[in-house]
Write a protein that binds this ligand. Structure first.
Ligand code: AMP
Length: 290
């Protein structure tokens, strides 16, 4: 496995690989790798000649009062996980390499961002699409792999790729969970012991919603209320949002009649956790981007 830290070496590598006819798979991450990331790496490994992963905690996607400085980092551990998953190149650029000067051209996400995390974290998705545009140009992937855990990100990247004609196939992969249902996340290390015990309630509340829908409930307000009551009774966290929307358009609904996402965000003392499920009105879950 090669570790590349500069933009110029990354670009040299990908141009060489493309000109010799290789398919490139790319998995962008912010590091502190866990089994959720590994599932993306494994799928990408199977489907491509060359596998590139990036580890870059992107300052542009963090708000002024968010956890950029405190975001968990462990380079050595990440290198070992990357190695184990058969990555060809691990791209780990320092911030100055990605942003050597203030950007003179910025990229702004305008659709699919006025709800969920886009609403709670103004500017977050501008940072996401900006860094991904740069990373896509540097790695020239045929296939990119993202987790449904960050479903709004998938919906926004879907627009980025389609609106800006990136010749890239977007793959979304299911959320990998702990045995008790908690979605794996780099931020879980910041839960206190009590909060860690409470945190599976997020996925339990979503299962409850799925059961309601499966039983024929079509009223989004009733489902949101169930989820809210469950989380409030079973955690000390503060609910940031609970929303049911159409997926992937993220438009509001008055009735669960097509593919929907039920998404929650809960702020604990040191960690903000998100989780979601995407399902059809009959309760089945096999998300499609359309
Ligand atoms: P991050 O390092 O948090 O930016 O995540 C990098 C990629 O891994 C994103 O596409 C995430 O959606 C994905 N990811 C994070 N957690 C999980 C998980 N528990 N299951 C599946 N994918 C995940």
């Amino acid at each position: 496995m090669q570790i590349i830290k500069t933009v110029s070496s990354m670009q040299d590598y990908t141009l060489k690989m493309k000109s010799s006819g290789n398919d490139i798979g790319f998995v962008p991450t912010m590091g502190y790798l866990h089994e959720g990331h590994e599932s993306l790496l494994q799928k990408a490994r199977e489907e491509n000649d060359i596998l590139i992963a990036s580890i870059f905690v992107n300052p542009l996607q963090f708000g002024p009062n968010e956890d950029f400085e405190k975001y968990p980092r462990n380079e050595q551990h990440d290198i070992e996980i990357a190695e184990k998953n058969g990555i060809d190149v691990l791209f780990m650029p320092p911030v100055e390499e990605m942003y050597p000067r203030e950007l003179g051209i910025t990229i702004q996400a305008v659709d699919r961002i006025d709800v969920l995390c886009g609403k709670s974290r103004p500017g977050h998705f501008d940072g996401v699409v900006t860094v991904l545009t740069k990373l896509f140009h540097l790695t020239l992937p045929d296939n990119v792999y993202f987790g449904i855990k960050d479903a709004q990100q998938v919906a926004v990247v879907d627009r980025l790729i389609k609106d800006h004609n990136f010749p890239i196939q977007l793959h979304m992969l299911e959320t990998i969970r702990e045995e008790d249902g908690l979605a794996k996340s780099s931020r879980n290390v910041y839960l206190t012991e009590q909060e860690r015990n409470e945190a599976p309630s997020l996925s339990k509340s979503l299962q409850l919603a799925q059961e309601k829908i499966f039983d024929g409930e079509k009223n989004p307000a009733i489902i949101v209320n169930e989820v809210k009551n469950y989380i409030n009774t079973h955690t000390t966290g503060k609910i940031d949002y609970i929303e049911i929307l159409r997926f992937p358009s993220l438009k509001p609904i008055t009735e669960v009649d097509q593919q929907v996402i039920i998404a929650v965000a809960v702020q604990f003392s040191q960690a903000r956790l998100i989780d979601n499920i995407i399902l059809m009105p009959d309760g089945t879950s096999s998300p499609v981007l359309g």
